[in-house]
Design a protein around this ligand. Structure first.
Ligand code: CTP
Length: 406
C-alpha cells in the first residue's frame, strides 16, 4: 500500500496575496508550496501589487497571475467562477485588515472578493498587520465572523514588525503555513472518512501461458478517478488490470489480470461507500486455459469456446453489502444514450458515465467526452460534458460524488 506522505502533489492551491509589507513573503511561500508538488495559482490584489510585481508571482508560480476581475482576457480564458472552483484550497496570505473586513462583509468589488464569495472550497487565512491594527476590535470581530463561517485561521506570530513596532501581527512563518496546508490535506477533504473502490484498466483472459484475450483500455480514466477520490480525502482501493499507468499517490492498489480476480479483489475490499467501475472487463473468457503453449494443428478453423465472465458492476450493485453510491461506465460505439440507459437499469448502479468509443476513440487518449447519467427518482438525467482531459473528468466526477455525500 502506498504510504501517506505530506507531499502536496496534485493539490491545487489558489493563493490570494493582499497588500502589506509581508507580501514579499508570499514569493517564498509560492516556492515552498511548489517544492512540495502543489500547483499554485495566484490572485494578486491591487494592494498586494504595491509591494510585489505580478511578474515575480507569475515567474515563481509558473502560472498566469490574476489581478483584475474586469480583464476581458481572463474572463474568456478562465472566469472568476472557474478560478474560484478549480482548486482544492483557497489560501489568503498575507491577509490584510482590509481583505479580512471585506471578506467578513461579503464585498465583491474586486477579483479576490468575488472569488471568496464564489468559491465552494475551504479557505485558510494568514493575517499580517501592525500589532495595534491586529488588536483592533473591528479586525477581531471580522475574524470571528470568518472563523464562524469555517475559515481556518493561521494566527500571526509576535516579534519586531517592519513598521518598527513590536507585538503580534507578523505573518505566520512560511514553513508553518506549508505545514498547516499539508496537515489540512491529510485530515480534510470532502470525502474524509469515506471508503472508495475503483476498478480500472482491461482484464486479460488467458488462452495459454503466452496468449490472452484483452482490450485496449489504458486505465487512464480509472486511475485518474482513484487519485481524485484520494485527493478528496477518501480511502481508496484501486483494483487495476494490466496497465502501464503508474499507481496514483495515496491509493492502495491491488493488481489483477482476469475478470474473476478483479471480482474477488473487489468483494474483498467491501464494505465501501463508493464504487466506481471504470475497468473494461472482458465479458467472456476461454472456457479452457492450456497450461502449455497451444500449437498450430494445421487444421482450420481453430475454435475457442468462450464462457461468460461475472459482471463486477452488477454484482456490486446487487450485493447485500452494496456501496451507497455505485457508478458504472458504458463504452458504446452506437446508440450511446439508449444503450447506457438500459445498462443503468439492468446493472442496478446509480450513475453511469457514457463514453463514445466509436472508431477506437477514448482508449489511451488523454481527453474524453462523457455523458453523466444519474438516476433521480423514477427518471434519469443525462448531462454531456464538453471534451476534457481525463484528469479533469475525474475531478468533476469526484466533485459530483462529494456533493451527493454532503
Ligand atoms: N463491467 C463489469 N464486469 C463485466 C463487464 C462490465 O464490471 N464483466 C462494468 C464495466 O466496468 C462498466 C460497465 O460494466 O462499468 C459497462 O461495461 P461495458 O463494457 O460498457 O458493457 P458490458 O456490460 O460489457 O456490455 P456490452 O459489452 O454488451 O456493451
Amino acid at each position: 500500500m502506498a504510504t501517506v506522505s505530506s507531499d502536496l502533489s496534485g493539490r491545487r492551491i489558489l493563493l490570494i496575496i493582499s497588500g502589506g509589507i509581508a507580501a514579499y513573503k508570499a514569493l517564498d511561500l509560492i516556492r515552498r508550496l511548489r517544492d512540495t508538488g502543489a500547483d499554485v495559482r495566484c490572485i494578486l490584489t491591487s494592494g498586494g501589487a504595491q509591494f510585489i510585481t505580478p511578474l515575480s508571482v507569475a515567474a515563481l508560480s509558473e502560472n498566469k497571475v490574476h489581478t483584475d476581475i474586469f480583464s476581458l482576457t481572463d474572463e474568456s480564458e478562465m472566469g472568476h467562477i472557474r478560478l474560484a472552483r478549480d482548486c482544492d484550497l483557497v489560501l489568503i496570505a498575507p491577509a490584510s485588515a482590509n481583505i479580512i473586513g471585506r471578506a467578513a462583509h461579503g464585498l465583491a468589488d474586486d477579483l479576490a472578493g468575488t472569488v471568496l464569495l464564489a468559491t465552494d472550497k475551504p479557505i485558510m487565512i494568514a493575517p499580517a498587520m501592525n500589532p495595534v491594527m491586529w488588536e483592533n476590535k473591528a479586525v477581531q470581530e471580522n475574524l470571528g465572523i470568518l472563523k464562524k463561517r469555517g475559515y481556518t485561521l493561521l494566527s500571526p506570530g509576535a516579534g519586531d514588525m517592519a513598521c518598527g513596532e513590536t507585538g503580534t501581527g507578523r505573518l505566520a512563518e512560511v514553513p508553518d503555513i506549508v505545514k498547516a496546508v499539508s496537515a489540512f490535506f491529510l485530515q480534510g477533504g470532502p470525502l474524509k472518512g469515506l471508503k472508495a473502490l475503483v476498478t480500472s484498466g482491461p482484464t486479460y483472459e488467458p488462452l495459454d501461458p503466452v496468449r490472452f484475450i484483452g482490450n485496449r483500455s489504458s486505465g487512464k480514466q480509472g486511475h485518474a478517478i482513484a487519485e481524485a477520490l484520494a485527493l478528496a480525502g477518501a480511502h481508496v482501493t484501486l483494483v487495476a488490470g494490466p496497465v502501464k499507468e503508474p499507481v496514483p499517490r495515496l491509493v492502495h492498489a491491488v493488481h489483477v489480470q482476469t475478470a474473476q480476480e478483479m471480482l474477488d479483489a473487489c468483494l474483498k475490499a467491501l464494505p465501501v461507500d463508493i464504487a466506481v467501475c471504470a475497468a473494461a472487463v472482458a465479458d467472456y473468457r476461454p472456457e479452457e486455459t492450456s497450461d502449455t503453449k497451444i500449437k498450430k494443428t494445421g487444421k482450420e478453423p481453430m475454435t475457442v469456446k468462450l464462457v461468460q465472465n461475472p459482471d463486477i458492476l452488477a454484482t456490486l450493485s446487487q450485493s447485500n453489502r452494496r456501496p451507497k453510491l455505485v457508478i458504472g461506465f458504458a463504452a458504446e460505439t452506437n446508440d450511446g444514450l439508449e444503450n447506457a440507459k438500459k445498462k443503468l437499469a439492468n446493472k442496478g448502479c446509480d450513475w453511469l458515465v457514457l463514453n463514445d468509443v466509436s472508431g477506437g476513440k477514448v482508449f489511451g487518449q488523454d481527453s474524453n467526452i462523457v455523458t453523466l447519467l444519474q438516476k433521480n427518482g423514477a427518471g434519469v438525467s443525462a448531462d454531456t460534458w464538453p471534451e476534457k482531459d481525463k484528469k479533469e473528468v475525474a475531478r468533476d466526477l469526484v466533485a459530483q460524488i462529494a456533493a451527493s455525500f454532503k
